[in-house]
Design a protein around this ligand. Structure first.
Ligand SMILES: [Zn+2]
Length: 476
């Protein structure tokens, strides 16, 4: 899949020749994903589950083949002895390219390869291959090849971050059921002839599945598609807590110039601190409170239900029907909490990007580092990560600068009036009181002011969004 993003927030994208052009002549250079909850009928639901199974099956097929090849070659290499014999093992190595994976699997399932399965009636190939879209198998082959390439790159030392081991086999019940379908048409083709398209406001047409009902307002995305401002590359269907969702990944045109060069934005840098009770608190470098984004009652209610669902689960017997029910309920409540919070975070991030010229946030990694067993705290950590992610990509789209304060910056422990840094500040202390200048201020507000005043140590310390990372995060 080819997804491009623009390179800086001024919107000077890649050369027009690289970016795809839509049927109305728009340059599509901005990676965008739309997500909707689905309401499939019984037949479609069965087919979805089969497709997710076929994806696991295909990935495991490739992993098993490669694993066996690696093992055989390793045994042969040992048998050859060391040093004196430079001969390669007699078993040739397999190609791990996406093309060879797709070709190999197609030949195997169609009964054209020597290794193809032989059925009871004497026919060869995978019996159920025609029940499902062939794209499911091809995308799964691509995924397997990518996972192996990550493993190979890590082994060669060409990959930063933690070492990547041999990809895991996809066990049923252990992996989230998911599969991908490509929209096999260029953006230049008219929207009505695209294989993946909206057949009406509440139905998405997927090849082989027909129109699938979906929830939520689709007006924006349909309008963008009709105007040639968005093109769908692929649809990923995922089942979480019993509910199927679709992520439409594709490329969009830049926002209108007016959106990117608003003049009425707050000129003074605004710091945004994750609140413990509020969602986040924003204040500017002059010490003026900017905005406090509160959680809502529905979220508090959902959190209470979550706690109750956890307690119910703890009282059930392992392996019982009751435990299954309690698990399903807990998962459903979790999904609800996540959805409500994501919605709130979207509102907050959009408001901040609309109204500020410079936004200062804490290092993204803070969210991952501060692990706390307290439930509400861990959820607010997750929201902070999500808030940073949304702020970064929205700021990029709208031409707003985001500065990321380094993770050691003591935003909470510093007095925003006299600048003295305290050694200790308990999480339960809601109010910051300074022993030197006598300032008494809300803890989160104090931190937000300090963040707004944070100065980068050098030009490199100003971190703007890495578009590929944002894309990875948004499609993860
Ligand atoms: Zn002070």
């Amino acid at each position: 899949m080819c997804v491009t993003t623009h390179d800086n927030c001024e919107g000077v994208g890649p050369p027009a020749t690289q970016a795809p052009i839509s049927h109305t002549g728009q340059v599509l250079a901005r990676a965008v994903t739309f997500q909707f909850a689905l309401d499939p009928n019984a037949q479609q639901r069965i087919l979805f589950v089969k497709c997710a199974g076929a994806r696991r099956f295909t990935v495991n097929h490739h992993l098993a083949r490669v694993r066996a090849n690696l093992d055989t070659r390793s045994v042969e290499r040992e048998a050859l002895g060391e040093g004196e014999d430079p001969r390669e093992p007699s078993t040739p190595s397999l190609s791990w390219s996406t093309f060879s994976f797709i070709n190999e699997f197609n030949a195997w399932k169609n009964g054209e390869s020597a290794a193809s399965p032989v059925n009871e009636d004497g026919s060869r190939g995978l019996v159920w291959r025609h029940e499902l879209p062939s794209d499911v198998f091809e995308c799964a082959s691509v995924d397997a090849a990518r996972a192996l390439e990550n493993f190979a790159a890590s082994r060669r030392g060409e990959r930063s971050g933690a070492a990547v081991g041999f990809p895991r086999f996809q066990a049923k019940g252990k992996v989230t059921p998911s599969f991908r379908l490509r929209n096999r048409a260029t953006p230049a083709r008219s929207p009505s002839s695209q294989p993946i398209r909206f057949s009406d406001p509440s139905h998405l047409r997927l090849p082989k599945f027909g129109p699938v009902k979906l929830f939520g307002p689709t007006r924006q995305v349909r309008r963008m598609i009709d105007l040639g401002r968005f093109h769908i590359y692929s649809a990923t269907l995922t089942q979480r807590a019993g509910r199927w969702t679709v992520s439409l990944t594709g490329v969009a045109a830049e926002l209108h110039q007016a959106e990117r060069s608003r003049t009425h934005r707050h000129a003074v840098p605004v710091g945004v601190d994750r609140g413990i009770i509020s969602l986040c608190v924003a204040a500017d470098a002059n010490g003026v409170p900017f905005e406090r984004f509160e959680g809502v009652k529905t979220l508090k209610h959902a959190l209470r239900t979550l706690k109750a669902a956890n307690q119910t689960l703890a009282r059930t017997t392992p392996g019982s029907k009751g435990r299954q029910r309690a698990k399903a309920r807990l998962a459903k409540t979790h999904r609800k909490v996540v959805n409500i919070r994501r919605h709130l975070v979207h509102q907050a991030s959009r408001a901040l990007v609309d109204r500020c010229q410079v936004i200062v946030i804490e290092d993204l990694n803070v969210a991952g580092m501060v692990r706390n067993r307290h439930l509400s705290r861990s959820i607010s950590d997750a929201a902070m990560g999500e808030l940073s992610r949304q702020l970064l990509y929205k700021a990029r789209w709208h031409g707003v600068e985001v500065r990321v304060a380094d993770r050691w910056f003591p935003s909470s422990k510093t007095c925003s009036s006299c600048g003295v840094v305290r050694n200790e500040l308990d999480l339960s202390t809601r109010t910051y009181s300074c022993g030197v200048c006598g300032l008494v201020i809300d803890r989160d507000l104090n931190a937000a002011i300090n963040l707004a005043r944070w100065q980068p140590a050098g030009p490199s310390a100003v971190t703007l969004l890495d578009p590929t990372r944002a894309l990875l995060l948004s499609t993860a």
